[in-house]
Design a protein. Sequence first.
Length: 740
Amino acid sequence: MRRIPLLLFLLLTSEKDFANALRSGKYCFQGCELSINYVSFNDTGPASKKAASCLSGLRTRSLYLCVDEYCSAGGRDEWLRGANETCQRIANTSMLPYDIIAEYGPDERNAIKRLSTDEAFVYPVLGNVVLPDQAFFERAFKTLDAAFYEYEIHLVYGWAMYYFWAIVISIGIGSRLVTLIQSIRHREWHRVPTDFDEPNQCRGGGASGGLPVLLKRYITVPATFGSRCSQPIGWCTIPPRIQSLTILAFVMLNIVLCTFDYRVTHGNLYWPRECIQLWRYVSDRTGIISLANFPIIWIFGMRNNVLMWITGWGFGTYNSFHRWVARVSTVQAVVHSVGYTVMVCERGGWSSFKKHLGKHYFWNGELATIFMCALLAFSVYGLRRSHYETFLVLHIAFSIVVLLTMYYHVEIFTDGEWNIFIYPCLAVWLLDRFLRALRILIFHLRLWDTKATATYDPSSNLVYLNVPCQKSSGKPQPGTYYYIYMLDNLLYAHQNHPFTLAYVANDKIQEAEDTGHLFPRDPSPRRTSSPDSIESDSLLSSSAPSNTCPSMVFLVRPYDGFTSRLAQKASSGPAVTRVFIEGPYGHTAPLRDYANVLFVVGGTGIAVPLSHLAHLLDDGSAVTNLHIIWAVREHAFLASVCESHALLRDERVYLKAHVTQDEENKDDVMDEGLKRVKVEAGRPDVHAVIEEAAVEAGHERLAVMACGPAQMADETRRACVDVLGRGFGGVEYFEESFKW
């Protein structure tokens, strides 16, 4: 029973506080304006409603009396200055001075008519001063208080998107700093001391190994569900668990911020029906947060994204973030458009909707939402993978349409406050294009004179693309990739694809004025006995002949589109083609800090270990044991790689090739120098390979890098998680893949 007086006290004090609140703040002055605006006065000639509000002495007196009746003096002078500036702008006149109401004493004020809400709703034309009654004024005040609160909180929640990603990026920066410090100190990870010397004992499980190992085992390395990560599920791809958790947190944040904190008030003057109030608030909030997400979408979609460098996360990570932020933004835009459509139709049905379609801002907003949905529809994994050029053209075109229509959609806000989310998108897009062009120029200032030689080997169904790099200002780094443009056909000159650098070779120059070739006429890597063939990796050979030219070598498996045209061009013999080279992109994984390195690759994924070999085997590297497990279809491809790379003869390198299709003459393709190369038929047992490597590494650190078919990459990831669970805490997983 003691609770009743307490509740009564709280109720009475809250009512008192509310009454005091009515007499302060900008909403009090604007509440008077809103209530008085329901009335027209007959002391002005023909004029617009806005102009009449400044010219009418009756309205001005009524407004001042309302302010004097219900509002405190705090902020009144500022409000009067703003009202006078508005009148000067729209009617070229000033309002009457505020002290004009001094003529109204207590008796005169008591005689003034008090206007009720019902009377105001008939929009009367009066010839005398009026005052809104208490109930009418409170409704006006509450209407504005709720509306402005929602407006301000919408913007706060829009900026919350940036705080969220700032926290995520900060975590990435911190993690990268820790990794760099560990690399500098050559800190060694030790597995939990358990007796796992026998392979069969590895099945027995093991203790964790502290927080870092637990994070790797359960958060940073595993697939989100099961073992499928690189492999699509239908037309969908699911990123690794750490990315999925980040995306889930972002999605949940947007759901929460779009669901809660709505002030729906009874008797709202703007939207009397509470369901329409809710539609309005939800529509505004989803629209504002959707627009706030735009710059994040564009930043995460950049090739030249400085965030990749400072966090160490690859293009695939930010591309996943890019897609999911775009999806969330699109859903919010749909809710925004549906909400306003409901409100428009509620006012007057189909005729009201058709009337609004004629308004510039409205149909631009509808188009923006439609094209955002189209962007999602044409960005599904299947289309990106099978028709990349079509996807890219549509993606760019639709993105431009979305920006333009969104700009004109928010143009009605004269102060341009919402363009703060439009202009950064344009700036990011232009900056990215500028940096792309700059990278091309840095590679070769005479960009129109960059030539490459394409050699097609039909026995291995592979194109070797050699690009001279002696004019490049940037030194090629292992594990990096370049975008290549073919300029021979102007119809396809805009198309560009990323290719991982396989290695840098020293090719003897044979200039022929009649052909313009900068490379040997038959530079096939298989013909190593020819004096005009590729000799060795330039990073290994320090005594290259003076007439050699360093060139970057890319291994290209022809499929369709870009790669198919390249193979066709070189099908009748080595072909010189004019190209743009944009890069390098990506970063070199810190593999040289590990005593043991294992590459699990498939097909042209051999380019990854080839690009790292010289870097991992030089004097400053900690690598003492380097294994390459390679699943390759054709023996011819295997032979050409083994015969062309002297670094494969290093005693620290062990190559085990699994030929999955062609097994003819497998014993005749290896030369005598390749003592540590083993060839087997069939696909590798990835799990057994990684378990064996972990046992062999013992207490030393082991870096496992996967590059190849999606299934192989997923098997490698799953196997690394398993050995982490068995106590081998020194295992680190890396994946080299370009995920669209």
